[in-house]
Ligand binder design. Sequence first.
Ligand SMILES: Nc1ncnc2c1ncn2[C@@H]1O[C@H](COP(=O)(O)OP(=O)(O)OP(=O)(O)O)[C@@H](O)[C@H]1O
Ligand SMILES: [Mg+2]
Length: 363
Amino acid sequence: MPNIELKNITKTFTSINEATKGEIITAVDKVSLKIKKHSYNTLLGPSGCGKTTLLRLISGLENPTEGQVFFDRKDVTNMTTQERDIGFVFQNYSLFPHMDIWHNVTYGPVVRNRFNDETEKYIHSILKMVKLDERARAYPSELSGGMKQRVAVARAIATKSPLMLLDEPLGALDVRIGTALRYDLMTLVKKYKLTAIHVTHNQEEAMTISDNIIMMKRGKVIQSGSPKEIYDNPNSIFSAYFLGRCNFFRCEMIDKNTANFQGAIITLPKNFPEKKVVLGVRGEKIHINSKPKKNNIQGKIEFINFLGEKWQYIIRLSDGTEISALKRVPHEAKIGQKISISFYPDNILLFNEPRDFEKEKSV
Ligand SMILES: Nc1ncnc2c1ncn2[C@@H]1O[C@H](COP(=O)(O)OP(=O)(O)OP(=O)(O)O)[C@@H](O)[C@H]1O
Ligand SMILES: [Mg+2]
C-alpha cells in the first residue's frame, strides 16, 4: 500500500441553494489518475475546481457517483475511511480541545488498538521531529496556529497509515510559518515512507513540495507531472498561466513557422498548422530593448516592482496586453519609457487559439 488509482471518477451533488435548487453540480468530472507509492503529490487548482471533493473521494468520506478507487489494485470504492486506513490533516486543524497534545496525537493508535511501548517511543520521536516534544502537556488553545498544524500532522503520522491526505494544511498559516512547515512535511513524508496527497491553490507551495502536481480545473484533471515538466511543457493555456503566470501573445499565422503579432514577425520553434496561434513566453525569457527595435513588439513600461531576488517590469502593449518581464538585475528602462520586447524561438510555447481566451486562462 498504496499505489492509488482512480478510474473514471465522477461526483455530482444536487444543489440545495435557494437560487439554484435542484441543479446538478459536477464537482469531479471523469477523473482517471495514478499515484505512485512514497511520492508527494499536490492537487492544485482554483477555488471550486473539486480538489477537496477529490481528496474526500480518495479517503472514503465521499462516495463517487461513478467510477472506482483502487489501492494497490484492490477495489476500495465501497470501503469506509477506517477500512482504507488513512491519516487526514484538515485546514482548520480539527484538534480535540479538551485533550492535551500527547492525547491528541496518541488518539489514532489508541482507537486503532495500535498503542504499545513501541508506539510510545515512536510518538515521542514524531513530536521531536515536529519540535513539540516539550509541549506534549499543553492544550490546543495554548498553541499558535503553526504549532496546532504541526500537532495535526503528527497526529496523522502517528496513525502509521501509509497514506496521508492533507487539505490546504498551510492555508491558514502566515507565510513564514507556512513555508517552514512545507519542509517539515516533505521531510516527514520521506522519513516515514508515506504517500502524501496535499490540496493547495498556491502554485509556489505546489512547486516546492511536490514530486508530482495534479492540475485541476472545473472538476477535471488538466495535466499531471513533476513541477519542472509542467512548467517547461504546459499542455494548455490554463496550466501555463496557473503554474508560473505565463505571458501570452495572440497571433495570426503568416506561413507555417512565422506569426504576426501587431506587425512584429515572430519565428516559431516549429511548424504550426492553424491560422491563429497563442504564444506563451515566461517572464524570465523576455528581453527588453530600451531603444525600441522596429521589427520587435512595441510597448511601454508601466510599473517596476522590486520583488527581492528579482525585478518585475509590467509592460503595456499597444493593444492593451499586459506583459510581465522578470530580471535578476535591474534594467535601465524607466517607468513611462517606450521600449520593445523580443524572445528566442526556443523559449516560445505554442497553443491553439481557444474560443474564449480569458475564460481559458481563468477558472
Ligand atoms: N456537499 C456539497 N453539496 C453541494 N455542492 C458541493 C458539495 N461539496 C462541494 N460542492 C461543490 O462542488 C464544487 C467543488 O467543490 P470543492 O470543495 O471540491 O472545491 P475546492 O477545489 O476544494 O475549492 P476551494 O479551493 O475553495 O476549497 C463546488 O462547486 C462546490 O460548491
Ligand atoms: Mg477545498
